[in-house]
Design a protein around this ligand. Structure first.
Ligand code: SF4
Ligand code: SF4
Length: 418
């Protein structure tokens, strides 16, 4: 590198999430600045042959010349769709529906209704909504939290759905790993259930390939262990659509495939910071009182990257903290013992600001994030809470028995200490 050039983030060849096109790089140093100052990674301890990267993709969003990109897997997915021996499923994350339209120059539109038609036009055999997996994550994680609370287990419980946060903890705070929920993330749960529950009940003999569309480059790292075969980003889905000449105007609204077809508002809320906590508190209310909470009773508005609330549910007082950004997290770690449960996400505003989302000119970024959040919040969910979702109730009745049953623990939980 030119001796006058600024420091850049190192991108290892085997990084599953990001790549750099050297010919485009103008050595501006923006990537290192964002990584250190915004994401909060300390590169001081980095070794020559191995970079420290939590795979978040925020450097991609801030590279002025498009030299940094997600590592693309969509061509492998296109190839495998045409492998007739395999059943290829696609599951689409909540944050994708709010931003895919932006890729096609359509502002303020939620693509939920035409996502199934898009997936079928691309040739996928089954199309599922990850909000289902997210609902199951809430059922499991809430039960896990209440069990830790009752049995005086490791607290505070940290949420586990953001792989960048889990990787950050494993590098910089391994002492916190026992505090991280063992419940798999929504995509982890969704893919496991596709390959077990859905396969069994649909009497499918062929191999199933589980593809996930996520707003997040870090999910490409998360799936190294687990049942998901490929993660493509929102941007990659748009690339596939262009390559396959999908005409959005010609598509009609359609439904997701059944068994794992639909999630509640709880699942949708995973797309934004504060949404996981809100969903867990709603579910805790139900587990503790046996009744549904009032709408919005546990709503958390993220007016800043750190928000806290204390809720009284039954005879329990639950101290909640919601944080996005590792720098923000570091600033509250010395007080972490005063909380029972902590939601952590890496990206600004949560997954809606993920590194796999469409690139937005910096001056429009804030408005776009507000629009994405509004589209998620306004979603006309037919079912408000995960425990009211008929598909989720049926999953437990017919297959898993109850949250944290032996079978649920075996299939839907993991060990972050490995
Ligand atoms: S992906 Fe995230 S952690 Fe990795 S280099 Fe880019 S900004 Fe830093
Ligand atoms: S931000 Fe992009 S152009 Fe600037 S140094 Fe990093 S990779 Fe190169």
């Amino acid at each position: 590198m030119d001796k006058n050039s600024k420091r850049r983030v190192k991108v290892d060849e085997n990084n599953p999430s990001i790549q750099r096109i050297e010919e485009r790089c103008i050595n501006c140093g923006n990537c290192m600045r964002i990584c250190e100052e915004v994401v909060g990674i300390n590169h001081e301890t980095e070794k020559e042959d191995c970079s420290i990267c939590i795979n978040c993709g925020q450097c991609i969003m801030n590279c002025p010349v498009g030299a940094l990109l997600a590592k693309y897997d969509y061509k492998k997915v296109l190839n495998i769709i045409h492998d007739t021996d395999k059943i290829v499923t696609i599951s689409i994350a909540p944050a994708v529906r709010t931003s895919l339209a932006e890729e096609f120059g359509i502002a303020n539109e939620n693509f939920e209704d035409i996502l199934p038609s898009i997936a079928r036009a691309l040739g996928f055999d089954y199309v599922f909504d990850i909000t289902f997996g997210a609902d199951v994550t809430v059922m499991e994680e809430t039960r896990e939290f209440l069990e830790r609370l009752e049995k005086k287990g490791k607290l505070p419980l940290f949420t586990s759905c953001c792989p960048s946060w889990v990787k950050y903890a494993s590098i910089f705070h391994p002492e916190l790993l026992p505090n991280i929920s063992t419940t798999k993330s929504p995509i982890g749960i969704q893919s496991t259930l596709i390959k077990t529950y859905f396969k069994d009940f649909s009497c499918i003999d062929n191999d199933i390939i589980s593809v996930v569309v996520a707003p997040c480059t870090s999910k490409k790292y998360e799936i190294i262990n687990g049942d998901t075969d490929y993660v493509i980003t929102t941007q990659e889905l748009a690339m596939m659509m262009r390559e396959c000449k999908i005409d959005i105007e010609a598509l009609k609204p359609a439904s997701f495939d059944s068994l794992l077809s639909k999630g509640s508002k709880a699942g949708v809320m995973f797309g934004r910071s504060g949404g996981v906590m809100e969903s867990i508190m709603n579910c805790a209310h139900y587990y503790i009182t046996g009744k549904s909470p009032e709408m919005g009773e546990y709503h958390i508005e993220m007016n800043s990257p750190i928000e806290s609330k204390t809720y009284k549910i039954g005879n329990k007082s639950i101290r909640c903290l919601v944080v996005y950004g590792m720098k923000s997290l570091e600033s509250v770690l010395d007080k972490i013992g005063s909380y029972d449960i902590v939601e952590v996400m890496n990206c600004p505003g949560g997954c809606i600001g993920g590194g796999g989302q469409p690139l937005i000119p910096i001056q429009k970024l804030e408005k776009s994030e507000i629009d994405r959040k509004r589209l998620l919040n306004n979603e006309d969910a037919k079912v408000q809470f995960c425990f009211e979702n008929r598909d989720v109730v049926e999953l437990y009745e017919t297959y898993l028995d109850r949250p944290m049953s032996q079978k649920a623990e075996k299939l839907l939980h993991c060990n972050h200490m490995k």
